[in-house]
Design a protein around this ligand. Structure first.
Ligand SMILES: *[C@@H]1O[C@H](CO)[C@@H](O)[C@H](O)[C@H]1NC(C)=O
Ligand SMILES: *[C@@H]1O[C@H](CO)[C@@H](O)[C@H](O)[C@H]1NC(C)=O
Ligand SMILES: *[C@@H]1O[C@H](CO)[C@@H](O)[C@H](O)[C@H]1NC(C)=O
Ligand SMILES: *[C@@H]1O[C@H](CO)[C@@H](O)[C@H](O)[C@H]1NC(C)=O
Ligand SMILES: *[C@@H]1O[C@H](CO)[C@@H](O)[C@H](O)[C@H]1NC(C)=O
Length: 491
């Protein structure tokens, strides 16, 4: 069934995506909204029990709209204040959905946490309720129908009309027609979170404004309870028949009203325009790991799994629950001020897929809910079974056996691989990434003995605003560590 929430789908960026691990800590959540409503409002989760994923994501977006509307009401913001809050809310959302026996990666497969983070450039530069007042003027634009009970169909229709007028006004203020769907989205949140007297959890608001399909089972159970009571007090079979036909009429009528308001909204939704306002980063497939997962994978960071100490941290070998082997790096010194900056960087780096780069799978940030010694950032990479180049070039006594000296053909390939990887970093991506610390220990060998460059990116990417950083980090793109220069001459 089509719905106005097709428009919400513009906020759904991709289908195979960042996994937001279910939260393990419940009492110290950063999320400004309590997600327990997921269990109490009568939404219908049946679409998520079938294989229709787009429809399920759409439903979940409507459901998450309740949280955003509450956040608007409480904190005056149209979206969430930063990436950590967004991740935290999505985790809470997932926990509650999991307890309704939905898949425990459904949220991460539908949403990108970045899509709910506030930025000024969405609709008429509005971020907060105050911005809204100063742009749209007095709240009297919504003075009538939207305040009232929206399960009354005439109110719903009139409110939808008012909403479209307000959206029109926002569009004029903004002037950028590609923002019009965002303005539509803000209008919905404003009606649900601020204007309507019953608030976003009201079933009228849910079905008329958020276009959330309600659980008809719950409703009919209530009605049949009434019917049962009537039966007990001696009502006739004929009376019950009237009840049921009234019920059928009710459902038919609300369905019709829903279709009608859908038409109203959809008439403003041009699919190409919807696509053009995909303002969120395309999904990169990076994963937010749970700390517990990493503890389990690395056997509590045991010495047996210790691989080595790199420039910025300690690396452990780990085996994830799905059996894949990974390298987990605990970052000890970092260029990042806040978690947001770190997450953004992980997003950028994990987007880089190249035959000669070590793939970054994701990250994990351990917050203040954990013990001091674990409060760190972790990066999770694909495991490179043949270790680093240094060990092959300069085998030490204890690894001489396993690390055989390289053949000349292998050496030639490795040089070409490294060069290809570096060329990709500098010329194949925008902004260019300057490695600055290329050395034999940063060149890893995969199962086929092909070289992959490690330790690139992470706060070293180039940009005009960051150019002063270029001089700070020792070395440049052209810098070759002595080992590498030596090795280069050998061939
Ligand atoms: C969170 O819960 C733990 C125990 O479950 C408790 O020790 C801690 O004080 C709680 N933190 C907050 C902020 O409530
Ligand atoms: C639902 O989410 C809230 C946080 O918003 C959490 O406190 C609660 O435990 C979750 N409920 C379930 C059943 O997971
Ligand atoms: C994110 O926003 C919340 C609420 O405004 C704040 O408490 C928290 O410190 C912020 N986190 C970061 C990493 O900026
Ligand atoms: C809202 O109220 C104002 C006066 O208070 C009135 O002029 C205007 O027509 C009303 N708007 C709607 C949409 O009913
Ligand atoms: C309109 O908005 C889009 C998306 O935010 C942006 O890329 C574009 O530059 C804007 N156009 C103008 C004229 O501001």
């Amino acid at each position: 069934m089509e719905s106005i929430l097709v428009l919400f789908m513009i906020f759904v960026v991709s289908t195979n995506s960042i996994s937001v691990a279910a939260s393990t800590s419940t009492n110290n959540s950063l999320c400004p909204v309590d997600m327990n409503y997921v269990l109490t409002v009568p939404w219908n989760p049946s679409t998520c029990h079938t294989q229709n994923k787009p429809l399920c994501c759409q439903t979940l977006l409507s459901l998450f709209g309740i949280a955003l509307a509450q956040n608007l009401n409480k904190n005056s913001l149209f979206q969430l204040p930063n990436l950590s809050t967004s991740i935290s809310c999505l985790q809470d959302f997932q926990t509650n959905l999991t307890s309704l026996s939905l898949q425990n990666d459904i949220v991460s497969s539908c949403f990108d946490p970045l899509q709910f983070v506030i930025t000024p450039n969405i609709c008429a530069r509005i971020q907060s309720k105050q911005d809204w007042f100063s742009s749209v003027g007095p709240a009297s634009l919504f003075n009538t129908s939207c305040k009232q009970d929206l399960s009354v169909s005439t109110n719903c229709d009139a409110c939808v009309d008012q909403g479209l007028k307000v959206q029109e006004k926002l569009n004029q203020i903004d002037g950028n027609s590609s923002h019009s769907k965002d303005c539509f989205y803000f209008t919905i949140l404003y009606i649900a979170g601020v204007v309507n007297q019953f608030g976003p959890e009201n079933s009228g608001v849910m079905s008329c404004i958020l276009e959330l399909h309600l659980n008809s089972q719950v409703v009919s159970r209530k009605k049949s309870h009434h019917a049962l009571v009537f039966g007990l007090i001696g009502a006739s079979v004929a009376f019950m028949a009237i009840m049921f036909s009234l019920l059928a009429f009710y459902f038919w009528y609300t369905g019709w009203v829903k279709r009608k308001s859908t038409e109203n909204f959809l008439s403003h939704a041009d699919p190409t325009e919807q696509r053009s306002i995909l303002r969120f980063r395309p999904n990169t497939g990076s994963i937010w790991f749970k700390f517990d997962e990493l503890v389990k994978a690395t056997d509590n960071f045991s010495l047996q799994n210790f691989i080595g100490r790199g420039g910025s941290g300690i690396v452990y070998k780990g085996i994830l629950s799905d059996g894949t082997t990974v390298a987990v790096k605990r970052i000890e010194e970092s260029d990042f001020q806040g978690d947001d900056e770190f997450y953004t960087e992980v997003e950028i780096i994990s987007k880089l897929k190249h035959r000669n780069l070590v793939p970054l799978r994701g990250c994990c940030v351990v917050d203040e809910n954990h013990k001091q010694e674990h409060r760190n950032r972790y990066l999770v990479y694909d495991y490179m079974p043949n270790g680093n180049l240094e060990d092959h070039l300069f085998p030490t006594m204890d690894n001489k056996e396993e690390k055989k000296l390289l053949t000349w053909a292998q050496r030639k390939n490795i040089i070409l691989d490294v060069a290809t990887g570096l060329v990709y970093l500098q010329f194949g991506v925008k902004p260019a990434i300057y490695h600055r610390d290329i050395k034999a220990t940063n060149i890893l060998l995969d199962a086929e003995m092909r070289a992959r460059v490690a330790d690139f990116g992470l706060a070293k990417e180039s940009s005009e605003s960051r150019s002063q950083l270029n001089t700070r980090v020792a070395g440049t793109y052209g810098y070759l560590a002595p080992e590498y220069a030596l090795y280069g001459q050998n061939t």
